[in-house]
Design a protein around this ligand. Structure first.
Ligand code: GLN
Length: 308
């Protein structure tokens, strides 16, 4: 087995010239992304970092935020009460295609699609929008290990163009599945999507999940261990849009991707891994990200059911 750093460098060389995929363009802020940017970061449980490429480049976290906000809502409400509001059933659909709720329970299917994420965000506790945002930022800060910020331009354009998300929120309001004022919930959801992170940050956040909810460098607790299992389960079954089954089969570890080209994966009790590369495939997953993770999983036997 090659030392991880040199393997990352080989992967970087192998895939840096890959030009397949399209940068997300539904808002101008994302369309501006440089398709050549490419980074891989691995953070082990004892805080060692192995990285290559543009791992300090900032970008908006987008859908990867859903994982961490779900964990926070678990802590705010407990497993049973959260399950009453948001299901855990994979849809096999793109993240925002369906404006539908479960016919009998009226819950959104799972917290990794937009409807479920908006419902989850609406549950974050706090007396005012500012308090809810500050609590959420403090949660992300604990995971990252430094101060974090929201990109205002991205937030404002998501808010101005997010009619499909608004429609989902209205449907959930109709069925009493969303807490409080929907514009406030949508604002907080768009703010969480516009959080600025680097590839290094994402790998560190994933490492905290791999480490049963304890930050690998600061040693701070970021999530109660009993909820780490829940978060990893929904990542495993629902984290990769309508590629989740294929991912589970080929790569075999809990993961989550986002439209800005980030992709994180958790190797339980071993490491957090992130790739950043903006061009996306037809499912909305980073093209280089998929290649890198397939190669890593194969090389290091990361697949959870690789028992050989
Ligand atoms: N902000 C985006 C949205 O809600 C996030 C989508 C994503 O990363 N899949 O549409």
């Amino acid at each position: 087995m090659p030392p991880i750093q040199s393997f990352l460098e080989t992967l970087y060389q192998e895939y840096r010239d890959l030009t397949a995929g399209q940068v997300a363009s539904y808002i101008p802020e994302l369309a501006k992304a440089d398709a050549r940017k490419f980074a891989i970061s691995v953070v082990t449980l004892d805080g060692r970092m192995f990285q290559v490429g543009d791992f300090q480049q900032e970008f908006t976290i987008q859908s990867i935020s859903k994982v961490f906000v779900y964990g926070m809502a678990m802590e705010d409400w407990g497993r049973d009460r959260l399950l009453e509001k948001v299901g855990v059933e994979p849809t096999g659909d793109p993240f925002n295609s369906h404006i539908r709720l479960d016919e009998t329970s009226h819950r959104p299917d799972n917290p990794m699609i937009n409807a479920g994420a908006i419902a989850t965000t609406s549950l974050i506790k706090g007396d005012t929008p500012t308090e809810r945002l500050n609590r959420m930022l403090a949660m992300f800060q604990r995971y990252v290990g430094r101060d974090v910020y929201v990109d205002i331009s991205t937030f404002l354009s998501e808010k101005a163009t997010g009619h499909r998300n608004r429609a989902m929120a209205h449907l959930m309001l109709n069925f009493g599945m969303i807490n409080g004022d929907i514009e406030e919930a949508l604002d907080l959801y768009f703010q969480q999507c516009a959080l600025l992170v680097t590839c290094q940050d994402l790998a560190t956040m994933a490492a905290a999940l791999a480490n049963q909810g304890k930050h690998p460098i600061t040693g701070q607790r970021v999530l109660q261990p009993e909820y780490v299992r829940d978060v990893l389960s929904v990542m495993y079954t629902c984290g990769m849009y309508n590629f989740a089954g294929e991912w589970a089969f080929r790569v075999g570890i809990p993961a989550k991707s986002g439209v800005s080209g980030g992709l994180i994966a958790v190797v339980p009790n071993q490491a957090g891994i992130a790739v950043f590369s903006p061009p996306l495939d037809e499912h909305g997953n980073s093209v280089r990200g998929l290649k890198v993770f397939e190669a890593l999983s194969q090389e290091y036997g990361f697949h959870m059911f690789d028992l050989s």
